[in-house]
Design a protein around this ligand. Structure first.
Ligand SMILES: Cc1cc2nc3c(=O)[nH]c(=O)nc-3n(C[C@H](O)[C@H](O)[C@H](O)COP(=O)(O)OP(=O)(O)OC[C@H]3O[C@@H](n4cnc5c(N)ncnc54)[C@H](O)[C@@H]3O)c2cc1C
Length: 528
């Protein structure tokens, strides 16, 4: 059942209340569909984009340049995946390790714990069940001790989590979904050990309280910190789960950059050996490279990813088609109609890349304003000063806005430099030319964004950290089961819990963690 609470909210109780109907919240709800438990799923928005509700996603930026927060996540049933790129990959095993050269690294468990959930998550997105992002029949030209190859897959069904594709959930006997149900505050017991109720409101002045045995916050990366911080009370004077001042810290993105130009006299051979995209049995794969685990350990660098692509030189004018694509992508309101138009544009781009990618590259490279570049989609190291706090300003419902102070560290740039050195070594060894590192790598700046390097010039809109997972309450916000330290019935389903980010886009891991959380909630339901 789905009910819009534009005018009224019934007084309800539930076994489990999931806050936020994005990919994470929907996946937890689906995992509990056959549990027999009484589930309530609350969504701040309606079933499609509405400008005034979207305003609730506003926020302030105080650190590095970043996208407008209002535009970088969506507020309606299905959440931000309604406009995502579908690029999917699992984290590597090394991403879960405590790396002694990466401060604050290490998950409370190894990748093996997530493997079965990655398989389920791949199935959920209609992807091929590949292990460790490898395509068995692709042979990388690079020395595996230096540079490793990996692949993204793409979920081609962009609107997989929107209302029209969630009939199973909407029809489920044990699940009640409420839209325009914006959670403004979590209220704990007097000693702070349990969340007892939550306050709900919306722009039509409806106010309600909901009581449940268990609460799951699936509100997206930044909103998890915001809601915890905004819910302070005498037992949690700095916000829920924040007794050790960890909430909001370690915010991470995958910063993008132009890292080097590949000076090759034989681009045809280069792209034959390193094609940007491949098709296998109808599934599209995108190739990327990263420093091998061995190189990471030797050079003490991050698991930073990069692709080889033909791009305009820095400082040139953007190509007309790219401008058009970006306008469709970023300027159109993401209503159902706007999203359809963008999807058509994207499908056409993919078709052109599949059919004519090689010819298009060759034509571009005959012009003097194009070159071959290494484009970073880097791992950033966890940095406690990269953080989400609350602003003094409030949204329409009186909730403090989030303030994002995104910061990078020396090792982020160092990892790019070292990766480019390894690439240069390999390109020379293969007689493919050489690599000219970008100037910013030898300058004082920690990072340089380049609007021509990628359609998403700053980062991937990946909001990770803020409620990081840790075995010890002193160094994180949630435990290995995604439960907020010190609060027995509050969980977080989101990339907010990632202790480190790897290079992989986050959503496949968000889904794997959500499925694991679903299993955990079922197996521990008797204790609640
Ligand atoms: C342009 C773009 C491209 C992207 N491409 C990729 C990609 O290719 N691959 C990839 O892995 N990731 C990509 N991402 C990121 C991806 O969209 C997110 O990782 C994913 O959507 C996160 O899912 P979520 O459910 O955790 O959060 P969200 O999708 O943000 O969903 C959170 C939901 O909670 C609701 N909510 C928030 N606060 C409250 C509240 N207080 N009360 C009630 N409800 C609330 C919101 O309305 C929303 O519906 C992209 C993002 C963007 C913007």
């Amino acid at each position: 059942m789905i009910e819009d609470i534009q005018n009224d909210m019934p007084d309800i109780q539930a076994d489990i209340c999931i806050i936020g109907a994005g990919a994470a919240g929907i996946t937890v709800a689906r995992a509990l569909q056959k549990s027999g438990m009484d589930i309530v799923l609350l969504e701040s928005g309606g079933t499609d984009y509405e400008s005034d509700t979207q305003d609730l996603a506003k926020g302030e930026i105080s650190g590095l340049e970043y996208y407008d927060l209002r535009e970088s996540r969506l507020r309606f049933f299905g959440g931000t995946t309604a406009i995502w790129g579908g690029r999917s990959a699992a984290l590597d095993a090394i991403d879960f390790e405590k790396r002694d050269w990466v401060a604050h690294s290490g998950w409370p468990f190894a990748k093996d714990v997530l493997r079965p959930y990655y398989r389920r998550a791949q199935e959920l997105l209609g992807l091929t069940q590949i292990e460790d992002n490898q395509l068995p029949d692709y042979q990388s030209p690079f020395d595996e001790a230096q540079i490793s190859a990996a692949f993204w897959q793409f979920d081609e069904i962009f609107d997989r989590f929107t209302q029209k594709r969630c009939g199973d959930l909407i029809g489920a006997q044990n699940i009640r979904i409420f839209t325009h149900a914006h959670v403004m505050r979590l209220n704990t017991s007097e000693n702070g050990s349990r969340v007892e109720t939550i306050d709900i409101g919306n722009l039509k002045a409806v106010r309600a309280t909901l009581r449940a045995q268990v609460f799951v916050m699936a509100t997206g990366g930044i909103e998890a910190s915001r809601l915890l911080l905004a819910s302070k009370n005498p037992a949690h004077p700095h916000g829920i789960g924040n007794n050790t001042d960890q909430v909001g810290r370690y915010f991470m993105e995958h910063p993008h950059a132009r890292a080097a130009q590949i000076m090759s006299g034989d681009p045809k051979r280069l792209f034959k050996l390193c094609p940007r995209f491949l098709r296998r049995k109808g599934q599209r794969y995108g190739l990327l490279f990263r420093p091998s685990d061995q190189l990471q350990r030797q050079a003490k660098i991050l698991n930073t990813g990069f692709t080889l692509a033909v791009r305009r030189h820095a400082g040139e004018k953007q190509a007309l088609y790219t401008n058009l694509y970006n306008t469709m992508r970023h300027e159109l309101s993401p209503t159902a109609a706007g999203r359809s138009l963008w999807k058509m544009t994207r499908r056409m781009t993919v078709y052109m890349q599949d059919r004519f990618g090689a010819q298009m590259n060759a034509t571009k490279l005959r012009q003097k304003n194009y070159g071959i570049y290494a484009i970073m989609r880097a791992e950033q190291a966890p940095n406690p000063n990269s953080r989400i706090t609350l602003s003094d300003k409030q949204d329409e419902l009186g909730m403090p806005l989030p303030r994002l102070d995104w910061r990078l560290s020396e090792i982020d740039k160092h990892s790019v430099s070292q990766s480019m050195k390894a690439l240069d070594h390999e390109i020379r060894r293969l007689n493919l030319g050489h690599v000219d590192p970008a100037q910013w790598l030898s300058g004082d700046e920690l990072w340089e964004f380049d609007p021509l390097a990628s359609n998403h010039a700053i980062g991937g809109y990946h909001h990770m950290g803020g409620a990081r997972m840790s075995a010890d309450a002193k160094t994180g916000v949630v435990d290995g089961n995604c439960r907020v330290h010190g609060v027995e019935n509050l969980y977080v389903a989101s990339s907010a819990v990632f202790p480190t980010s790897g290079w992989a886009n986050p959503t496949l891991t968000i889904l794997a963690l959500a499925l694991r959380l679903g299993d955990h909630l079922q197996s521990s339901s008797r204790k609640f």
